[in-house]
Design a protein around this ligand. Structure first.
Ligand code: 57M
Length: 359
């Protein structure tokens, strides 16, 4: 919005020219989202406590979690507010991609919010049914997949990290592929969100990497030089990713061990869905499996554990799934697990950046 209001004034004062630069608006977007989270956080925590919107802890998990009973949840609402306000302020609103990504994050946030509210209202751990959640997630992802596939300038080609000249064409299958990526990313972040700071940290890193790739993909010269797919207008998604980085850092301030609030499904489903959608829009779908390796590992641990559990009628591969519970059961302190997962995530983020040259 500020671009439309202030950039035209550059003819009277040259300083307003700065609003033209995506890099400037990215930084402002990140700072705005961080400050919104940071400033509103304490009031939100107090309000949630007053409304008694606190986490219901399952009694079949690691014992250390029982102490978390009643920690204010649904902090994701504040994350979504910070990201949306900051994106609306700093991104160009004449970009269809900006509206598409805002639709995605808010639609997935709505699914999560329904789930959270049901859990809280019934005061048990049952939220939306798995089937209901999946149907809504598929509907949201279909909108993104169809928009991208039918939008002029887009097609069903994929980009593969490390291979600059390999672009398999999925045709209409691309829409299905988009659904798998977005729904998969949303659920993987949701599964990862089980320890203080565990989901927010890798989300900051993944969003930061996609900020770089969105910027590059939107820049015709740089995209050509680096031989990545040029996606006109995707630079504005870098502003959105900047807002994601800022909001998640602000959330981490309060979610760091011992957490003063959890994000809830309203946060985890939305952040994961948004990361999947950005990956689809800028045609860096497989990169998400690298930079979001922690999310992939957590989701795979659940698939393997549940599959093996059913096949063997009760045997387990891990002491408990998702993976982070395995280390808790082994006696590692929560903070140690979280920081080590962050380290893995940072290394994967660097590898993802390196794919720009290793191709
Ligand atoms: C939700 N939610 C956390 C919080 C957060 C198929 C099965 C493996 C699914 C899985 C599952 O339901 N996962 C998704 C995970 C919950 O956190 C809330 O949920 C939101 C995210 N969706 O924002 O609102 C708990 O996680 C802890 N937490 C923190 N700090 C945070 O910042 O400590 C969350 C955020 C919170 C809090 O304790 O209450 C969750 O874990 O429930 N199910 C599981 O994860 C269960 N695993 C399981 O049953 N494994 C089995 C196999 C055979 C399926 C096994 O390995 O034997 C575990 N989860 C729990 N207890 N709580 C195990 C039992």
């Amino acid at each position: 919005m500020l671009y439309h209001l202030l950039y035209p004034l550059h003819t009277t004062f040259i300083g307003f020219n700065v609003f033209r630069y995506i890099t400037f608006r990215c930084i402002c977007g990140a700072v705005t989202a961080f400050l919104l989270m940071f400033v509103l956080g304490p009031a939100f925590i107090r309000a949630m406590k007053r409304l008694q919107i606190g986490q219901v802890i399952r009694d079949d998990g690691p014992e250390t979690h029982l102490a978390k009973q009643g920690v204010p949840t649904m902090g994701g609402m504040l994350i979504l507010l910070a990201i949306s306000v900051s994106t609306l302020l700093w991104a160009r609103l004449d970009s269809g991609l900006v509206w598409l990504i805002l639709f995605t994050i808010l639609f997935y946030g709505m699914i999560g919010a329904i789930d959270d509210l049901r859990k809280i209202r019934k005061n048990n751990s049952k939220g939306l049914s798995a089937r209901g959640k999946m149907i809504l997630q598929v509907i949201g992802a279909s909108v993104v997949g169809l928009y991208i596939f039918l939008h002029p300038g887009f097609d069903g080609h994929l980009s593969l990290p490390f291979f600059k000249n390999v672009h398999p064409d999925l045709g209409w299958g691309y829409v299905i592929f988009a659904i798998v990526v977005i729904v998969g990313a949303s659920n993987a972040v949701n599964l990862t969100d089980g320890l203080d700071g565990l989901a927010a940290g890798p989300t900051v890193i993944t969003a930061a990497v996609y900020l770089v790739f969105s910027y590059l993909a939107g820049h015709v010269v740089l995209a050509g030089y680096l031989q990545i797919t040029h996606v006109p207008g995707s630079g504005e998604l870098a502003v959105f990713c900047g807002a994601m980085v800022g909001a998640c850092l602000g959330f981490l301030w309060y979610n760091a061990y011992p957490a003063q609030m959890f994000m809830g499904d309203v946060g985890s489903l939305a952040l994961g869905g948004a990361l999947g959608a950005v990956a689809i829009i800028i045609k860096q779908e497989f990169l998400l499996a690298i930079v979001g390796g922690v999310f992939v590992m957590e989701a795979l641990s659940v698939i393997m554990q549940v599959g093996y559990f059913k096949m063997t009628k009760g045997k387990r591969i891990f002491l408990m799934a998702p993976f982070h519970h395995h280390y808790e059961k082994k006696g590692w302190h929560e903070s140690k697990i979280v920081v080590r997962f962050w380290i893995v995530s940072i290394l994967l983020g660097l590898l993802a950046i390196a794919t720009l040259k290793l191709r």
